[in-house]
Design a protein around this ligand. Structure first.
Ligand SMILES: *[C@@H]1O[C@H](CO)[C@@H](O)[C@H](O)[C@H]1NC(C)=O
Ligand SMILES: *[C@@H]1O[C@H](CO)[C@@H](O)[C@H](O)[C@H]1NC(C)=O
Length: 670
């Protein structure tokens, strides 16, 4: 049997890792000196390319690695990519000796059945895992016959979100050996014009900075290229291992002469809104801090450290209070107090003296915070135009007082009554993150995980900085009635300085001449309306002339945003509503070829759709460590295992036939 295709394709979907496309080959000292450079254990990786195209914040990334087996026996080659958790994989193909095995996105249950069938036939197994803070790791291994070539190509897409005044593209690079042609190439096209662009890498040296890394921008286009030669990749002049290992981060921002920007292509529009230079709305913030026994030690010290830094940054117009909870609840002051220098000094002393103790009573602590904010407003103790925020930090599950999550959620929801946001920070892994997230989302806030690490204080502070400067509250984005449909979320409690509101939708009448959008919000001193008018024909013409535009990017951006918001809503939905949200999100995931928590990518043998060999899916939504997304695998998998690779050792598959016509499942328009 001449087949290079052995039944050994392994897809690991692990929940929580980081990535960028590199064959992982067991390293072994080079025995045979005669092999060309860059060959490790018989495998030469002769090319790795990460190509990123960003159009209006929508990033389309393709990671391609090519390798050849120079040994005289079959060898296993693995391909790892760590990609942002917020990205969706949209394609994966494997090409062995010129035969391409395409990836298809299927409903999770359908994919799982196929997968289980394959496993039961001893053919293969797949799995993926999560890695690090921001990333997920995609891993695939394939057995390559002597002399054969293999190409891996992974595509993922993501809407880059603006944080603290920047869009960030995060790439994890870690080739396991020297690569003859190694390249990262990012092309950015922003219709508003690029105002800054930077690229940095954790592994960068002066030599690389001078010659291998180039970055430039002018007008609407920006470009970053990183192309180290084989010699530049060496960790020392005589070394055979690579110094290219770590984070490669591209950041940029766009010009904001006007507070908003609208782009329209092929009947879909996207509206970016980020006004500059508005005065900050004063805020009333209650910090609800877990001081239960489990916070003891470093976590408590880091929390105090972060709170002291936050106090330094408080503005005099702000109001604040602290609520500490363990088994019982104590407050710093009975009511919110203004952030005067004297009060801040007193608060510092209070924070320094915080000690851990006892259990975890989340319910009473949150209800106390909420009633304090409500009361302050009713009694006009805080400025009329100020905004209220609750920030809770906890490292464990409720275990005193009301400790049923659904009941706490109900109490909190009723108490807040939609009036202000709740932000939940989950410190460490020993907690029910889904509960924290669900509660935050239904109260117009969000949840963040704070990773137990030496920089936890910086993470906490960083989160605070994001919400420290509300410029508008009660933001509503309005479009002329009967002009649009399928609108994404268009009402936001806050617009924070350094962020951006993005709304997308579909035009009902593609031939309309004028597109008008109003954004209304309450500012620090008065109510504001921002109106944006667009001449449609000119806009469409201008965008279409750009070769940077990849086809239907606004439509894909709309689909990405819609799916993301449907999945978020689904977390708090029940019964028929949940079924509806699930059905809509699934429908769009399949149509646009996104691997979401509802779908899986199935890599199929060209001549036989039923006989797929690998599966990739997206780790699920939070939870403890590895999530339930590791379907199709025995439950007792070690959750702590670093790389989970399962492998079938069955008989070889038959020789692949000619590539089948690719199925364009998702090309049709609605
Ligand atoms: C997936 O990638 C392959 C190889 O580049 C390409 O031919 C195919 O059209 C892509 N599929 C989709 C759905 O984009
Ligand atoms: C679910 O969808 C069906 C059909 O579109 C609709 O009739 C029904 O009202 C929806 N139910 C909910 C709870 O949204």
């Amino acid at each position: 049997m001449a087949s290079a295709w052995r039944p050994c394709l392994i897809l690991a979907l692990l929940s929580g890792l980081a990535a960028s496309g590199f064959p992982r080959i067991p390293s072994r000292p080079l025995g045979k000196r005669s092999l060309p450079e860059g060959v490790v254990n018989g495998i030469e990786v002769y090319s790795t390319k990460i190509s990123c195209k960003v159009t209006s914040r929508f990033a389309h990334n393709v990671v391609t690695t090519r390798a050849v087996n120079r040994a005289d026996t079959a060898k296993e080659v693995s391909f790892d990519v760590e990609l942002p958790k917020t990205a969706f994989i949209t394609n994966f193909t494997l090409t062995i000796d010129g035969v391409t095995y395409p990836g298809n996105v299927k409903e999770k249950e359908v994919a799982k059945k196929q997968y289980e069938k394959a496993v039961s036939q001893g053919k293969t197994a797949g799995l993926v895992k999560a890695s690090g803070r921001k990333l997920e790791k995609f891993t695939v291994s394939v057995n390559v016959a002597a002399g054969s070539k293999v190409t891996f190509e992974l595509t993922y897409e993501e809407l880059l979100k603006r944080h603290k005044g920047k869009y960030e593209m995060f790439l994890k690079v870690q080739p396991k050996q020297l690569v003859k042609h190694f390249e990262i190439e990012a092309d950015i096209y922003e219709p508003q014009g690029i105002s800054s662009l930077d690229a940095e890498a954790s592994f960068i040296t002066n030599d690389l900075l001078g010659s291998a890394l180039t970055k430039s921008f002018s007008g609407k286009k920006g470009r970053v290229s990183f192309k180290p030669s084989m010699d530049q990749q060496r960790s020392c002049p005589t070394c055979t291992d690579s110094l290219i290992k770590g984070d490669f981060i591209i950041t940029y921002d766009v010009n904001r002469e006007s507070p908003a920007n609208v782009q329209i292509v092929n009947g879909y529009f996207v509206h970016f809104f980020a006004p500059q230079g508005l005065p900050v709305v004063p805020k009333s913030v209650v910090f609800v801090i877990d001081v239960s026994g489990s916070m003891h030690g470093r976590k408590m010290e880091q929390t105090k450290d972060a709170l002291l830094k936050i106090l330094e940054d408080m503005k005099q117009e702000d109001y604040l209070n602290f609520i500490l909870f363990s088994g019982d609840v104590t407050t710093w002051k009975d009511n919110l107090v203004q952030a005067t220098p004297e009060n801040i000094e007193e608060a510092r002393t209070f924070v320094k003296n915080i000690h851990d103790r006892g259990m975890t009573n989340i319910n009473d602590a949150l209800l106390r915070a909420i009633s304090m904010l409500n009361k302050a407003r009713e009694e006009h103790r805080v400025p009329e135009r100020s905004t209220s925020i609750v920030i809770m930090l906890t490292d464990g599950d409720a275990n005193v007082g009301e400790s049923r999550p659904e009941k706490i959620q109900e109490n909190v929801r009723n108490a807040i009554g939609g009036k202000f946001p709740l932000y939940n920070l989950g410190f460490g892994n020993n907690l029910n993150y889904n509960f924290l997230e669900s509660m935050a989302l239904e109260n117009h806030g969000l949840a963040r995980r704070i990773y137990e690490d030496s920089d936890a204080n910086v993470q906490l502070q960083g989160f605070y900085e994001e919400v420290a400067n509300p410029l508008l509250t009660g933001v509503e984005v309005e479009y002329p009635e009967n002009a649009i449909q399928d609108l994404t979320q268009n009402a936001y409690h806050h617009f924070y300085d350094g962020s951006e509101i993005v709304v997308a939708g579909r035009l009902l009448d593609e031939d309309m001449n004028n597109f008008k959008a109003d954004v209304k919000g309450h500012g620090a001193t008065n109510d504001l309306t921002f109106t944006e008018e667009v001449d449609m024909k000119e806009m469409e013409k201008a965008l279409k002339e750009q070769d940077y535009i990849f086809g239907n990017y606004i439509e894909r951006l709309w689909a990405y945003l819609t799916i993301e918001q449907l999945l978020e809503k689904r977390k708090n939905a029940h019964g028929e509503e949940k079924e509806n949200l699930t059905a809509q999100a699934l429908d769009l995931s399949l149509k646009y070829h996104f691997v979401t928590p509802l779908t899986s990518m199935v890599v199929t043998k060209p001549e036989d759709n039923e006989d797929q060999t690998a599966i990739a899916d997206k780790p699920g939504e939070g939870g403890h460590g590895l999530s339930g997304a590791l379907h199709g695998l025995p439950d007792q998998l070690p959750a702590s295992s670093d790389t989970l690779l399962l492998r079938g050792r069955g008989p070889p598959l038959h020789h692949p036939g000619p590539a089948e016509r690719r199925r364009h499942l998702l090309q049709h328009r609605r």
